[in-house]
Design a protein around this ligand. Structure first.
Ligand SMILES: [Zn+2]
Length: 306
């Protein structure tokens, strides 16, 4: 019998401690043995595949820098087909004008696309998202005004589009992004499709079936992320106090303009963002909120194409 102190660790314990061990050794300039390094790489790959298959939340550091070096990070770093298959409703190049729906961080905004200029010589083209949003809101209101149409979701699946009744009585189209094995009692994670891109937890009984014709509309809110601007104070990610000074030159409801760098299914990465007072990047820098890192664009491009 092994005593408690000397028993070998179980595979589960080893897989928990291995990233901590490698991170610790690297952090202190130690040499990680080839065997440990190989085991660690394999473990990380298995974990990322598992996180991708469960559609875990993408790492915020990865979305800001195009890479995450924290070996013990619990977020997902592998993009999958669902993230990368960009529908025709999401432009991949050109200049866009959009309405800011929610300022999530100084460089991440839930937005609604308004117009697109495919290239310098092209005219501005009106995009359908705003009209579709108003149409969808009306259709939802009419449909659920009939009590017989409010039907519980029976067998939820990940990626299902359904509806959530908000506290103001309005119905919001949502997509299921995480489903626990026992979805009857546990929290289900959903993402708003139209009014913003918020992700939150609900109970199964709070979700109702969405008619097929309303599922057909693409998401009418998208994430827009400004490339290359990172926290000035050296923090790895944005902190909530960073939002307050941004309010001096950007507010929800503002119309902005930017150039598309590249797109994922629900996210457009942009540069040259113009707000009413001028260049947004210059405003961030002048207010000592962010600094620009030229390398990040490439890292993000590689991340999107991997
Ligand atoms: Zn990470």
């Amino acid at each position: 019998m092994f005593s408690k102190r000397t028993r070998p660790s179980t595979p589960k314990e080893s897989s928990h401690f291995l990233p901590h061990l490698v991170e610790f050794q690297q952090g202190y300039g130690g040499v990680v043995s080839e065997k440990i390094a190989a085991q660690h790489v394999q473990l990380q790959q298995e974990r990322e595949i598992s996180r991708a298959s469960r559609q875990c939340v993408i790492c915020p550091v990865l979305l800001l820098y195009g890479r995450c070096r924290t070996l013990t990070c619990q977020y997902r770093h592998l993009l999958c087909e669902v993230d990368k298959s960009v529908s025709s409703a999401v432009p991949k190049q050109g200049r866009i004008q959009f309405e800011v729906l929610k300022i999530c961080t100084p460089t991440h905004f839930a937005s609604r696309l308004l117009t697109l200029k495919k290239d310098e010589s092209a005219d501005w083209l009106k995009l359908p998202h705003k009209d579709q949003y108003e149409n969808v809101q009306k259709l939802l209101k009419d449909y659920y005004s009939q009590p017989e149409n409010i039907r519980k979701l029976r067998e939820p699946c990940r990626q299902d589009k359904c509806a959530y009744k908000c506290s103001d009585g309005r119905f919001e189209r949502v997509s299921i992004t995480f489903l626990p094995s026992n979805s009857r009692d546990s929290d289900i994670r959903v993402k708003n499709l139209d009014s913003n891109t918020a992700i939150y937890h609900v109970k199964l009984h709070e979700l109702v079936q969405l008619p097929e014709d309303l599922k057909g509309f693409p998401p009418l809110a998208l994430d827009i992320r400004l490339v290359g601007c990172i926290p000035f104070n050296g923090e790895e990610t944005w902190q909530s106090p960073d939002l307050q000074p941004v309010g001096e030159f950007l507010k929800e409801g503002d119309i902005c303009e930017a150039s598309i760098c590249f797109s994922l299914s629900h996210t457009i990465f942009v540069e040259q963002l113009e707000v009413e007072q001028g260049s947004y990047r210059e405003l961030l820098e002048r207010n000592r909120l962010s600094r620009y890192d030229n390398e990040i664009g490439n890292c993000l491009r590689i991340m999107c194409n991997k």
